[in-house]
Every structure is written in C-alpha cells, then in structure tokens.
Design a protein around this ligand. Structure first.
Ligand SMILES: *Cc1c(COP(=O)(O)O)cnc(C)c1O
Length: 438
C-alpha cells in the first residue's frame, strides 16, 4: 500500500477511472440479522409447536418473553425489565410513566432519532433541544444551560453505538432533581467506565428493530431503577392495568388505572429476542474489534478526524464516524470511498455522509420544524400550558455544534461479520482516498 501521490494507473481513484479497492459489496449493516441461526429457529419453533404465541396465557405458554426479561434483568444490575413492541413505544411508555405532559419540557439532543421527539410530543410535552459535543451525544454544558423551571425530564440518547459524557449528564440530572431517561436503542450492550448503558438513569429504553445491535424484527425493552415506576410501566405498555398471576387484567389497584398503549411483545417475538440477547456480547464484540482495528490503522492520517468515544472498551461498535475539514471535503471523500467499493448491497446505508442521515438530525424532521399535530386542534402546541412553545424555533441554526457536525461528518457502518480481508479493504480505501483528497 502506498501513500504517495503518483499518477500511476494503480493509484488513480476509482472515481477517476482507476481500479477500485474491492468489487464485492460489504455485508449488510443490520448487526443481529447476520447471527440469526438455529438457536433462534429452535426457540421460535417451540412457541409454534405449543400453539401459544401470546405471553400471558394460552394452551401451553413457553414463557419466552418472561425468560428474556429475567435474563435481561440479571445482566443489568437486576433492574426490572419489560419487553415491549418497539423502541418508539418504549419511549412513550417511559415518558408517561414519569407523568410527563402539557406544561413540561423534555431536554433532548439534536442528533437523535425522530422517535425521541415524537414520543415527547405525543405525550403532550414540548421538546427542548440540547446541542451535542464531539462525542455526537448530548453536551453536558449545553444541557446545564438549557435546564429551566419547566424542565421535567432529560432524554439522553446514546447515539451510534456508544455513550458520550453520560456520567456528567447523570450528575446534572441528579443535581437538578430531574429524571434521566436513557435511550439505548442504538447502543444495546455498550457501557461506560464499567457501567452498562441503561444503568445510569431512572428509565432506559431499547429497540430490537432490524438495524439495532440485536433484533427480533421489531421489539424493545423498558428498564427501570424503581419498582413502583416499573408497575406503572407494565400497566402502560398493556391496557393501562396490571395483570393477575393468571395473566388476566386486574382492575382493582387505584394506582394502576391508566391508559395503555397496546405495546405488548408476543411470545414469538420473545423467542427470537431471547436467542439474540444470548448472542449480544458476541455481536458487539465482533463489531467493536473490527471498528477499532480500522480506526487504529487510520489514526495517523492528517485531516481525518474521529468522533470522541470516552470509553472505547464500552463501544458496541456498529458505526465509525469520521470528520473532515469542511462539507465539500466530506462529501467528496465519501463519494470516492463508495467508488472504491466501500458500500453495501443495493438498499443498504453502509457508507454515507451525515447529510444523508435524514431524520437523525433535528432540522430534517419536518413534523418538528413545522410543529405538526396528529389532531385537528393542533395539540400539543395549542395547549394553553404549552404557550411558551410558540417561542421555540426548531429550524437549522438552533444548535450550532449539530449543524457543523452534520455538514462535515460521515458514517461507515461496521457489519457484525466483517472478515479481516474486509477490514483490510476498508483501511486500504480510506488511505488511498486520503492520499488524493486530504
Ligand atoms: C431505532 C431507534 C428508536 C426507535 O425504535 P423502533 O423500535 O424502531 O421503534 C428510538 N430511538 C433511537 C435512538 C433509535 O435509533
């Protein structure tokens, strides 16, 4: 491999007609999907054979969701855990469990996923955007600045596989008496300084959608520090009431007469999620070692920057985020990488600029910038207790650090089954493109 800027045919960028580093597409991102195998098949078949796909009762329940919750809880400091139908539902349930509603602000980073602001708005509260720092997660200093008398909760999203300055944020939450929700949808299996993501705050949510570190197609988890809160979470995810030991609705408890969102996990999904959860450490271990081998091998390239990951050992590894001097260099570099064959199969989003990362950035969410409502009366924006929301502008310009990183950062997904040869190709392509463009 040569870094020299020779004009020989071999060194020409594929973008300019030279030979590409590789021709076969990289494997799909979708970490859990590559690991679906006979363990998943066996547990799913067991549920089918028993003709009992509902978790709470049936002819012969196999208790897959119960087992998933028990094993999950054991792996997370014995915090009670409840499986749900999606990460989006998990967020709604978490906010409602904390009684968040009109008149309340929820602080959330500007690099996140649409589900985060959607959950806040559907429960009637107003999102207060917080900028990110070079970890691509919430900036503790901007968080401290944005907290005010209407703040009711902090929704901290562990973006792109790894926590940022989570300990500082947990400290700020504690000092201000604000509940901390950790959205771990993109970071299942990650940790920081020996504490697992999901164990820093009061409630944690996870997603098992196909793009996440483990998958059951769709699915999710809500985990609580506090047992009373967990009782509310359980009622809310179902029909608003607790259940008896026989799995029937228990309407007797006046503290659990709520409005449920209908987000139970089926036992079929539970079977798939259980088999995947048992592989989670291996899946993230594979991605982490690929990612950090690649990152290490590129660390000496001037002009190529990397996202700050405060605790690399706790990184779950699904994304390598790089930064460039400016938007034009970032776009040109990414296009050249793709031409070198650093791309996934048709339809995959394996290698792209942050400008193509859509609804992860606050100003791309048109339902937020346009303050849209699901109802004719404009709720929650029209609610009298939310009149302060009229002053908030969610358009680009609200968060300077987000705007800057959005423009000049790019993202490479790290598949959970990369071979050493795949990693070598990625390294070679970055070095080749850097020799021409940086
Ligand atoms: C994927 C994701 C969600 C939503 O999960 P679904 O299971 O797709 O509803 C929520 N938050 C973040 C940060 C996500 O990446």
């Amino acid at each position: 491999m040569s870094d020299s800027r020779t004009d020989g045919q071999q060194d020409q960028l594929a973008l300019h007609g030279g030979p590409s580093v590789r021709s076969a597409p990289l494997p799909w991102e979708l970490p859990g999907a590559h690991w679906i195998g006979k363990e998943e098949q066996a547990l799913v078949s067991q549920v089918l054979s028993a003709q009992s796909p509902f978790r709470f009762y049936g002819p012969d329940p196999q208790h897959m969701v119960d087992r998933l919750e028990q094993e999950w809880s054991a792996a997370f400091d014995n915090r009670p855990a409840l499986a749900v139908s999606s990460g989006t539902a998990a967020l709604s349930i978490a906010l409602s469990a904390l009684s968040v509603g009109p008149g309340d602000e929820v602080l959330v980073g500007g690099y996140m996923w649409i589900s985060c602001v959607s959950a806040i708005i559907r429960c009637g509260a107003i999102p207060r955007l917080v900028d990110v720092d070079d970890t691509f997660c919430m900036d503790p200093e901007d968080l401290a600045r944005k907290i005010n008398s209407r703040s009711r909760a902090i929704l901290l999203v562990h973006m792109s596989g790894a926590p940022g300055h989570v300990q500082q944020i947990a400290e700020i939450a504690r000092a201000n008496g604000l509940p901390l929700i950790e959205d771990c949808a993109q970071a299942a299996g990650s940790s920081a300084m020996g504490t697992r993501a999901g164990c820093f705050g009061d409630i944690a949510t996870f997603s098992f959608q196909l793009n996440k570190n483990m998958t059951s197609g769709d699915g999710g988890m809500v985990m609580c520090r506090d047992a009373d809160l967990f009782r509310r979470v359980t009622a809310l995810h179902d029909l608003g009431y607790a259940r008896t030991a026989e799995g029937r609705l228990d309407t007797s408890d006046p503290d659990c007469q709520l409005w449920g969102v209908g987000a139970r996990m089926s036992d079929l999904t539970g079977a798939l999620a259980l088999a995947q959860f048992r592989k989670l450490e291996r899946i993230t271990g594979h991605m982490r070692s690929s990612k950090w081998r690649i990152r290490q091998a590129l660390s000496d390239i001037p002009g190529l920057g990397f996202r700050t990951v405060p605790d690399p050992e706790g990184d779950s590894g699904p994304f390598l985020i790089t930064t460039y001097a400016d938007a034009a260099t970032c776009a040109a570099f990414t296009e050249a990488l793709r031409a070198e064959g650093i791309r996934g199969p048709e339809g995959s989003l394996a290698c792209l600029t942050m400008q193509d990362w859509g609804l992860h950035w606050y100003f791309n969410i048109s339902s937020l910038t346009g303050k849209r409502s699901n109802s004719r009366d404009g709720f929650p924006w029209s609610h009298p207790a939310n009149s302060f929301g009229a002053q908030i502008d969610y358009g680009r310009g609200a968060l300077p650090r987000c705007d800057d990183l959005h423009d000049r950062a790019a993202l490479l997904t790290i598949a959970s089954c990369l071979t050493r040869a795949d990693e070598d190709d990625i390294i070679a392509a970055f070095r080749k493109v850097a020799a021409h463009l940086l």
